[in-house]
Design a protein. Structure first.
Lengths: 274, 300
């Protein structure tokens, strides 16, 4: 087996031999399931006339858009979880001082970081599948029960699912990049939560106020991710926002991961391990 | 049986800002022997070992195994095994999985993790998370990691710290065994007394500089050794020593004679017709010369 494959296998084993990844998977599943189930129930009830349009869903999305919106919760609300997993995978090495045995077993540091990136991209995709099982599984059942077509036979639905998995995989890579740039675990987690839950949503909203900033706002990582997936709650809540092509969104997200990782490699990964 | 290579430090210097942690350090460590790497805390032992293992970059100089830097070794864990002082484990991982991760990365056979856990006596705790391990168990697990690739060179930083008396006895014998198999064994310690029963050679550093190197016995000859002697009739013994021109002081266990040869002291007593109850060379000579070399104020 080549050195890179061995390193990827070692990094894979690192992830599967601690509890973090499935704790994150369970919380992700629950979070997405509750939101997807709740909102498909709410909007579905509006469409079926069970509750009046004026009560809550005056602006309920049209039935043709509703399934895509609900299914995309997998990445549009779930993306913070692969970022956390990626960041924890790197910062844990610093926190537990396991960089020492890691670099003793594989003294090629660049190879270790590439292997980590590849591994976490795979686990990000796994989290994407978990999140889609929650959003599509629960969402389709609830929508179907309320008489809204869940569009499970529609190829566009499955293309959206595929792009969601890709987005979640790329988000895990962004997490690796952040972790290697900010090796302090607590600081890294605070940055992930503050940026994804607070700073970026505000920036995206603010950027829609003028045309000039809107052009910049679509390059924010969350906006790029929504562009990649192709439907999101945010784009409906702020309809003025301009959006990239889906493949452009994917490339922007990939660029974030690459730039963070390369800077982190230079700034922290190559440093003395004491 | 893996054969050890020569470990060589060649003019290794490491500066952290204005502080020089390691200062032009040069020495070699030979296979088939246990070498004690000694010095007080803060002398630069751990930094030197981390440079040797490629974890810390030297400011200048090289540290190599048979002429090859650690980072250039084709099979690092199968060439050099190391256990460093700051035992590094993910506390949520079991001991077996901890070892498996690095065995996979280094391309070692699958069964090595279980084999080395057995060697260090941790087989019964292989599936327990390392977070629940005692300090002594973590030391053993660190040693298991060092043995993972069945390497010809072992680099162990303070391996005796935290071990219980039984563990200390075990590791002393184990180090001897590894060296007798032809491996190179380098063991650091800040206490000579901790390793003097198991080392053949000593390398002593203080404030980042080499202050002494040679066989353990070279420490004895560099001090003024003394002989401890006692008799049921201590007064007669004192008279005999005075008559023979040997100076002495009275110690707790007998008279401390300023004479390196126990045979001569015994002969003097025999000629004077004084019965002896104690006659041996003063044992603390090694520690004394160690402390003299490193500067007593720095020995902690």
């Amino acid at each position: 087996m080549s050195g890179y494959l061995r390193s990827v296998a070692a990094e894979f084993t690192k992830v599967t031999t601690t509890r973090v990844w499935w704790v994150i998977a369970i919380v992700l599943f629950g979070y997405v399931a509750v939101l997807a189930g709740g909102l498909s129930g709410l909007f579905g009830a509006v469409h079926s006339g069970a509750i009046g349009a004026g009560a809550a869903g005056g602006q309920a999305p049209p039935p043709a858009q509703l399934p895509g919106l609900i299914y995309s919760f997998a990445s549009s609300v779930g993306y913070v979880f692969p970022v956390l997993l990626g960041a924890l995978a790197v910062t844990g090495e610093f926190r537990h001082q396991t960089l020492t045995p890691t670099f003793l077993a594989v003294p090629r540091r660049g190879r270790v970081l590439v292997a980590k990136l590849v591994t976490l991209i795979a686990f990000g995709a796994v989290l994407g599948v978990v999140a889609l099982i929650a959003s599509m599984g629960i969402g389709a059942v609830v929508l179907g029960a309320l008489g809204v077509d869940p569009l499970l036979g529609d190829s566009a639905t499955w293309a959206l699912a595929g792009r969601s998995v890709l987005a979640m995989a790329l988000w895990a890579a962004v997490g690796v990049g952040l972790g290697v740039l900010v090796p302090n675990q607590v600081a890294s987690i605070v940055i992930v939560l503050a940026f994804t839950q607070f700073i970026e949503p505000l920036l995206r909203l603010a950027s829609t106020f003028t045309d000039a900033t809107a052009g910049i706002g679509r390059y924010l990582p969350g906006a790029a991710s929504d562009a990649l997936v192709g439907a999101s709650f945010f784009s409906i809540a702020a309809p003025g926002a301009s959006i990239l092509e889906w493949w452009q969104g994917g490339l922007v997200l990939l660029a974030y991961a690459a730039v963070l990782t390369v800077i982190g490699y230079v700034v922290t990964w190559r440093r003395d391990v004491t | 049986m893996p054969v050890g290579s020569v470990v060589e430090f060649a003019n290794v210097t490491k500066r952290f800002g204005a502080v020089t942690a390691v200062d032009d350090l040069s020495f070699t460590v030979e296979p088939g022997r246990v070498t004690g790497f000694l010095g007080p805390n803060g002398a630069g032992k751990t930094t030197s070992l981390r440079i040797l293992l490629g974890l810390v970059a030297a400011t200048s100089g090289t540290a190599t195994f048979g002429g090859v830097r650690y980072a250039d070794l084709p099979h690092p864990l199968a060439t050099v095994g190391s256990a460093l002082e700051a035992a590094s484990f993910h506390t949520g991982r079991t001991a077996r999985n901890h070892l498996r991760v690095y065995a996979i990365g280094a391309g070692l056979p699958r069964d090595r993790a279980d084999a080395v856990l057995h060697t260090v006596g941790l087989s019964d705790y292989a599936d327990r998370r390392v977070g629940g391990y005692s300090l002594g168990m973590r030391q053993r697990l660190g040693l298991a990691f060092a043995l993972l690739g069945d390497p010809g060179v072992l680099v162990l930083d303070e391996p005796i710290n935290g071990l219980d008396p039984e563990g200390i006895k075990w590791i002393r014998g184990f180090l001897r065994e590894l060296a007798s198999e032809g491996r190179t064994v380098l063991v650091s310690s800040h206490l000579l007394s901790e390793v003097q029963q198991s080392v053949d050679d000593v390398v002593i550093i203080a404030r980042g500089r080499l202050v002494h190197r040679g066989p353990l016995s070279s420490l004895e000859t560099e001090t003024a050794p003394q002989v401890v002697v006692d008799s049921p009739d201590r007064k007669a013994l004192a008279t005999a020593l005075t008559d023979a021109g040997i100076r002495f002081t009275e110690g707790r266990t007998g008279l401390l004679a300023a004479e390196p040869d126990p045979g001569r002291v015994g002969h003097i007593a025999f000629v004077a017709g004084v019965e002896l109850s104690v006659l041996h060379r003063q044992k603390s000579g090694l520690e004394d010369s160690f402390l003299a070399l490193v500067g007593e104020g720095h020995a902690l």
